[in-house]
Design a protein around this ligand. Structure first.
Ligand code: BES
Ligand code: MN
Ligand code: MN
Length: 456
């Protein structure tokens, strides 16, 4: 590995941290309209730092939603081109009262940066920016051609980038994409993620009576929208977590026996997962599937929230006219989002309770993804990671989704290296999200090392 990059990182530790803190302090919550100016500030900050790192053609590209940030450096003739991707937007920080320190005031405690976006994805995409800066600083040039594309809508489904990519295939042409937005399988274990689930996110709106009604005068005869949506939702899965929507498993491809065997050799403790990550009385789901299979290679349906009726203090006797549920389906590779949407719509129509009209609005959808671990670029990444951490790299999947990665494959025809340095208990999307500071520095060195090795 490059001693020079390592020395550079060492001698810039404080500045590398200060800059990341500055980025984290910008509350770029993409889903909340009141944060639009903050999201724009995060885009501008990102563009400035890409320019300062030494990249050229830096652009803030307006979209119908939040801007994209692009930059490149294409002066390594004969060398491959790497497309670095990340997202500068973050999830909302609520519930605020559970944070030990304020979500947008990063705090260093026991070796971790605590803040919203620390690991997802500001701390991680910023590793790319700083790796590029380090390489320019020590070599005066980059070992490969580099294009950088950072979006501000990943946490809300990535609509704008998915319009942009197919219209800009030549601009984005590359040999491989590099994304740091995933986690190590375990502390100290170099990990490349080779599978992501896709996601179909929808809102189901139930309409019962035309207005809220007195529950004494009409109860027993009038339909109730909140109870109606509960009845409908309860039909989606059986007690073992199997989804009951006809056709939903049609395109599911089980992992090959070798891949399943490799998962069995990963260190895994259900008790530790329960205690350190989930914090419930027990895990749930398909009893005939291992926990890793359930979250990595099986579809799932989740309810994120139900709104409707009276939820204030005290009591109000009312039959609610409307109710809304936020629902999503995680898809595994080879499942088609459009087919899932159609199957769910038919299911909702068939199972809407009497007197309640249920409509489905799809908010976003993206396919799952599987990367070929034998692709030469993945092999170089695995070797670089292994050298940095002194152990062989493991290949895992993740149950999470990064919508645009599927389109890098479909539209640009390139594989993606998912080289993330988060940890399983980082609490992304949760209160007290964290990023291990040592992994931030290690990530900068690892990304730089990969680019150097890939250039050779
Ligand atoms: N970085 C995560 C996804 C992730 C985390 C993948 C850990 C693998 C390991 C990403 O920012 C995310 O949260 N994605 C959303 C996508 C959705 C909002 C469209 C998700 O998975 O819910
Ligand atoms: Mn992310
Ligand atoms: Mn996220």
């Amino acid at each position: 590995m490059s001693k020079a990059v390592s020395i550079w990182v060492d001698s810039h530790r404080q500045r590398l941290l200060d800059e990341l803190f500055e980025l984290i302090r910008i509350p770029s919550v993409s889903t909340l309209p009141e944060h639009v100016p903050d999201v724009a500030r995060a885009a501008a900050f990102t563009a400035d730092k890409l320019r300062a790192a030494g990249l050229e053609n830096v652009e803030i590209i307006p979209t119908d939603g939040h801007p994209l940030v692009y930059a490149d450096w294409l002066h390594a003739p004969g060398k491959p081109t790497v497309l670095c991707y990340g997202h500068y937007d973050v999830q909302p920080p609520d519930p605020l009262d559970l944070w030990v320190s304020p979500p947008f005031e990063p705090e260093l405690r026991n070796g971790n940066i605590y803040a919203r976006g620390a690991v997802d994805d500001k701390g991680q995409f910023y590793m790319h920016v700083k790796a590029i800066e380090a390489l320019f600083a020590v070599h005066g040039k980059l070992p490969v051609n580099v294009k950088v594309l950072i979006e501000g809508e990943e946490e809300i489904g990535g609509k704008s980038i998915s319009k942009f990519v197919p219209l800009n295939k030549a601009k984005l042409a590359a040999d491989v994409a590099l994304v740091s937005d995933t986690a190590l399988y375990a502390e100290g274990l170099p990990t490349l993620c080779i599978g992501l689930r896709g996601l179909v996110y929808m809102e189901i709106v139930a309409q019962g009576p035309s207005r809220d009604l007195h529950s004494g005068l009409y109860g027993g005869a009038a339909p109730n929208a909140v109870y109606g949506i509960i009845e409908l939702l309860s039909k989606f899965k059986d007690a073992d977590g199997r989804i009951l929507v006809p056709g939903i498993y049609d395109d599911v491809v089980d992992p090959a026996p070798e891949e399943l065997a490799s998962w069995q050799s990963l260190p895994f403790s259900e008790a530790a997962m329960l205690r350190d990550e989930v914090g419930a009385a027990s895990l749930t789901g398909e009893p005939d599937r291992s926990v890793l299979e359930r979250v990595w290679s099986r579809p799932t349906m989740e309810v994120h929230g139900i709104a409707g009726g009276f939820t204030g203090a005290g009591a109000k006797t009312v039959i609610p006219a409307t109710a809304t549920a936020k629902v999503s389906f995680r898809l595994v590779p080879n499942q088609k989002p459009e087919a899932v949407v159609a199957a769910v719509k038919a299911f909702v129509e068939a199972h809407s309770p009497k007197g309640v009209v249920c409509t489905v609005n799809v908010l976003s959808h993206g396919p799952g993804l599987l990367v070929n671990p034998n692709h030469p670029a993945i092999e170089v990444a695995a070797a670089a990671f292994a050298e940095m951490m002194g152990r062989p790299t493991v290949f895992t999947r993740s149950g999470g989704s990064i919508p645009i990665v599927g389109e890098f494959h479909e539209q640009l025809g390139i594989p993606t290296i998912l080289m993330g340095l988060g940890l399983p208990d980082d609490g992304l999307h949760s209160p007290n999200e964290k990023f291990k500071l040592a992994n931030y520095y290690l990530g900068i060195e690892t990304v730089a090392h990969f680019l150097e090795m890939y250039g050779d």
